[in-house]
Design a protein around this ligand. Structure first.
Ligand code: PLP
Length: 440
């Protein structure tokens, strides 16, 4: 136990090495600095920022090219032509399996679900998304949205771009801290919604418990705002890394009981299933909200890219085919996650850093000791390893504890990940011991 004591005392015995060597902090700082300088001299260029599929994963869908062999027609649609704002029935059916929702409430979009999220909030803010409701921007107080943290930076960018304020609420291992969420929405009618990535959350990788999904489905009834939206970004709905990964309860099933369908808007896409830049997206919500959404949408488009929709059906067949395809993704991704987790487990103890061990998704979330994330990321940068900027996982770029680091292992090769982790671990240890010595 003595081995693990920290303090401002320069001669305190340290366990930052993770192998419990008895070594004093100053000596450790010197050793780690030497290692760090060595990394700097190695002229590395490694990158753990990119939460995108690797080329190997993209190759899994290469058959998309030419797959239709000029057979563009379904039984009732020539997909080359205009129209069909809802999307092809077969594609709606596929997304209803992905989202565990009813096809009558679904619409298929273009290549980006983020666009659908932006449109949803833009319509709510400026045009009105709910029947007989004044758009948020025309109400007395600025609209606010709850952002569970750490979270997805592009959700925050959407809010910023539309003039929506953000309120943070902590994530727990089961989902957002619902006691706080409920208290907040009950007393403030300018709080208009909440962001969610309910399965393999970006960035912690957790999946919401059934109880949290149920409370989320009840939230629109508890909210002071009658035009409250649950933004249910199920981007990683089918992105398990392990066969026994926890399932997400269907929010639709709970919404049936609560009659809150019109206030829950669900999103998914094939960005991390087929081609990230050329996939298809979907939105599901209650019938009245869908009617409003389509009314606004049809002012901007006659219909989505149905040829691409047909190509995806030709590639996957049905949901079983899709599930098999996702297993091939997991075979490529799981070793990359294991590489990161093994490096962390073997080299850091939980007094130095804590991290999540996701069973799916694209990210691992790591917390250093408070006050160190920026320093660690800066050091990594000096040593040639790019890590997502500190604060990116919080609204306004402000991590109040300056401790959260997002690790994205999907894109880099195993060798690159190993090299980047060596640097990251050294930088975490070095920043920790320097903080202990009051050097930062
Ligand atoms: N939602 C989450 C939670 C994501 O992590 C990402 C991409 O990283 C997206 C949405 C982007 O989705 P799309 O490519 O469908 O716009």
């Amino acid at each position: 136990f003595l081995l693990c004591q920290f303090g401002s005392n320069a001669t305190a015995v340290s366990c930052i090495t993770g192998v419990h060597e008895v070594i004093d902090s100053q000596q450790l700082e010197r050793q780690l600095t030497e290692q760090f300088e060595q990394f700097k001299a190695n002229d590395l260029t490694l990158n753990l920022t990119r939460g995108k599929p690797s080329s190997e994963q993209l190759d899994l869908s290469n058959a998309l090219d030419g797959i239709l062999q000029q057979n563009y027609a379904t039984t009732d649609t020539d997909t080359r032509n205009y129209g069909g704002i809802d999307g092809l029935p077969t594609v709606k059916s596929l997304f209803s399996d992905i989202l565990k929702t009813s096809t009558s409430e679904l619409i298929i979009g273009g290549n980006s679900s983020l666009t659908l999220m932006h449109q949803t909030l833009m319509f709510a803010q400026f045009l009105g998304l709910f029947t007989d409701q004044v758009p948020w921007s025309q109400q007395t107080n600025t609209a606010k949205i709850i952002c569970p943290v750490p979270g997805y930076d592009r959700h925050f960018s959407i809010c910023t771009s539309l003039g929506i304020d953000m309120i943070t609420v902590e994530m727990t291992p089961q989902g957002p801290d619902m006691d706080t969420v409920e208290q907040l929405v009950k007393k403030d009618a300018s709080i208009k919604g909440i962001w969610n990535v309910p399965r393999f959350s970006n960035t912690t990788g957790i999946t919401y418990s059934d109880a949290i999904v149920q409370r989320m489905a009840q939230l629109p009834k508890r909210a002071a705002a009658s035009d409250f939206i649950i933004m249910w970004d199920n981007a990683y709905a089918i992105h398990s890394l392990k066969d026994n990964a926890m399932e997400l309860a269907s929010i639709d099933a709970f919404a049936d009981a609560e009659n809150t369908h019109n206030h829950i808007v669900q999103f998914a896409s094939t960005s991390k299933v087929s081609f990230a830049g050329s996939g298809i997206s979907a939105l599901a919500c209650g019938p009245e909200t869908m009617a409003k959404f389509k009314q606004h949408l049809s002012a901007s488009t006659i219909g989505p890219d149905k040829v691409n929709q047909l190509r995806h059906i030709a590639l996957f067949g049905d949901f079983d085919g899709l599930t098999q395809h996702m297993k091939a993704h997991a075979d490529i991704l799981a070793p990359r996650f294991d590489c990161v987790l093994k490096a962390l487990e073997q080299n850091l103890d939980n007094d130095t850093a804590t991290w999540t061990t996701p069973n799916g998704g694209y990210f691992i979330s790591l917390n250093t000791r408070p006050g160190l994330a920026k320093a660690v990321i800066e050091m990594c940068d000096q040593a040639g390893v790019q890590i997502t900027p500190a604060g990116a996982t919080f609204p306004y770029g402000n991590d109040p504890h300056n401790r959260n680091i997002r690790i994205a292992p999907s894109f880099a090769s195993l060798e690159e990940i190993q090299g980047a982790m060596d640097v990251l671990i050294t930088c975490i240890k070095l920043a920790t011991v320097r903080q202990e010595l009051n050097l930062i």
